[in-house]
Ligand binder design. Structure first.
Ligand SMILES: [Zn+2]
Length: 246
């Protein structure tokens, strides 16, 4: 194989993964093994493609723009390649390259959905609600229990909620009254991105928010109890006791 052919196949190899076929691939590898210039070109192409892919991953692209760019790039690239090397096939090659990068970015940035993991998490929460909340809080570097004696048999959910664009840990309980009432405990770290100064209780038409700034063991965390009903009693172990955070 001559350098000219090797260059042609190198370019083709960049744009497709398996179209070279074993014969050509073998001959090309043979040439790369004995020709330092072409071998360097091959390595440069690979590292350029990697850098390009990484750069594309790092840039958020508004929906619609990506398709537009791809369409324009495909036709521009197609024209150049058509006039240069390939009388035919340039447009197809460019399109394959662009689609390939698109799929590569798409698939490598998306985690595989795992229903078994979700089942294990749910099982853990059902078997040991208080423990699952404790482990979650500890993982978030928060005090590993809540500053009120919640009835963990009423636990519905532990996780994070998006609040004003930030992810905030939240523990959700249902009411023991048998109604649709619920209590959500949001936990804000004092070193979070929120300005917590002046955070106050609030009253809505169907819900209240009560603020508790953590002391002692709970120092460094600010708790906001958002609940339906008058107070937190329907959610606590000792339902005859005080239903308001101290
Ligand atoms: Zn060569």
């Amino acid at each position: 194989m001559e350098c000219r052919d090797a260059q042609f196949y190198l370019r083709l190899r960049r744009h497709t993964t398996d179209e070279l076929g074993p014969d050509v691939a073998g001959t090309l590898e043979g040439h790369l093994a004995i020709c330092p210039a072409c071998a360097a070109d091959g390595r440069a192409a690979v590292s350029f493609d990697r850098a390009l892919t990484a750069a594309m991953r790092a840039v958020p692209v508004p929906s619609g723009l990506r398709e537009k760019l791809f369409t324009q790039a495909a036709s521009a690239q197609g024209a150049v390649l058509r006039h240069k090397l390939y009388r035919t096939g340039g447009l197809v090659t460019a399109a394959v390259l662009l689609i390939g990068i698109g799929f590569g970015v798409f698939s490598s940035t998306r985690p595989k959905a795992d229903s078994e993991l979700l089942t294990r998490t749910a099982t853990d929460q059902a078997n040991d609600p208080a423990g699952s909340v404790g482990r979650f809080l500890a993982a978030k570097k928060l005090p590993d229990r809540l500053p009120m004696p919640f009835d963990y048999d009423l636990l519905v959910h532990v996780g994070t909620d998006e609040v004003q664009g930030q992810q905030v840990p939240v523990v959700v309980f249902r009411s023991s009254n048998g109604d649709s009432g619920f209590a959500k405990v949001y936990i804000f770290k004092s070193d979070s991105r929120f300005d917590l100064r002046g955070l106050q209780d609030a009253q809505g038409s169907h819900a209240r928010a009560q603020v508790l700034v953590g002391q002692d063991k709970f120092r460094g965390a600010t708790y906001v109890f958002v609940h339906t009903g008058r107070d937190l009693k329907p959610f606590l172990l000792n339902r005859n006791g005080g239903g308001n955070p101290a």
